[in-house]
Design a protein around this ligand. Structure first.
Ligand SMILES: NC(=O)c1ccc[n+]([C@@H]2O[C@H](COP(=O)([O-])OP(=O)(O)OC[C@H]3O[C@@H](n4cnc5c(N)ncnc54)[C@H](OP(=O)(O)O)[C@@H]3O)[C@@H](O)[C@H]2O)c1
Length: 250
């Protein structure tokens, strides 16, 4: 049984994998739980497992399947006592059947539903089932990976209805959980986080519009994110922060 562990939900590739790698490399005594839909198919996780055999636990978890989340929580509760850091990193902007909408006419119920399922419903269910892994007397940080485009005040371009609104929903979920946890778990800090524009599968089709110096490598983004997490105090509970630690308007 491990005392404290970090759980990265959505760690098969992209930012989640970079974050798991960064923590294992730089925090000698850390135990990291990396979850994703098919851990055995992630070459990145397989390599990490070879290097950090005893400090990395991989666990199957599909955020669009409540039973999978419940089962993952049950299994992990036999292995870890407390989650010191939980990152909901999984997210969807596009896939084989979804592409971000340019205009209202592009909106479809199925795209909206799939985006909400992965970007908002999944993360809140993860927190519902993993809540039992957070101990009241210990510090715990919960990071929901949001995006600047979820900000209603910052929306000057329009479009991307499914992604923007599902991540805005995740922001509201974050704030609401922060209020509930402040009563039950006074040492917990729950934030929504914008990692910057990061060179991953998710941003690939849109990178032409991003100046080179503003497109972060995943390991750089992970370093910045850990720096923000390390500086969090309970006064940050319920905030929406960017990679440089600045506040983003809701
Ligand atoms: N990249 C950016 O510029 C950027 C900017 C702002 C915010 N973000 C946010 O950062 C987070 C990480 O994104 P990324 O850039 O690392 O994208 P990515 O490389 O596409 O990774 C997305 C992750 O989400 C996982 N995922 C998708 N559907 C899932 C499901 N049903 N169950 C479990 N996992 C699922 C993927 O798992 P599989 O490997 O199994 O597909 C993958 O590990 C996302 O929440 C994204 O919205 C990214």
């Amino acid at each position: 049984m491990e005392n404290d562990a970090t759980i990265i939900q959505g760690a098969g590739q992209g930012l989640g994998l970079a974050l798991a790698t960064h923590i294992l490399k730089h925090q000698d005594d850390s135990v990291v739980v990396a979850t994703c839909r098919e851990p055995e198919k992630s070459s990145g996780l397989r390599k990490l497992k070879q290097k950090y055999t005893s400090r990395l636990i991989t666990q199957k978890l599909d955020v669009s399947d409540e039973k999978s989340i419940a089962l993952a929580s049950t299994k992990l509760s036999l292995q870890i006592e407390h989650v010191s850091l939980l990152v909901n990193s999984s997210g969807i902007l596009h896939d084989d059947s979804i592409y971000p909408e340019k205009r209202l006419a592009d909106v479809s119920a199925s795209n909206l539903a799939r985006s909400y399922e992965i970007n908002a419903i999944g993360p809140i269910l993860v927190l519902k089932y993993f809540r039992s892994l957070i101990q009241r007397e210990k510090k715990s940080v919960i990071v929901n990976m949001s995006a600047r485009v979820a900000s209603i005040e910052d929306n000057s371009l329009g479009g991307w209805y499914s992604y923007r609104s599902s991540k805005a929903s995740l922001n509201q979920i974050t704030k609401t959980i922060a209020i509930e946890f402040a009563r039950q778990l006074p040492k917990s800090i729950c934030i929504a986080f914008h990692p910057g524009s990061v060179n991953t599968r998710l941003s690939k089709p849109f990178q032409k519009a991003i100046p080179k110096e503003k497109l972060f490598a995943p390991d750089y983004a992970a370093t910045k994110m850990v720096a923000v997490i390390d500086n969090l105090t309970t006064t940050d509970n319920g905030s929406f922060l960017a990679w440089d630690g600045s506040n983003i308007p809701w």
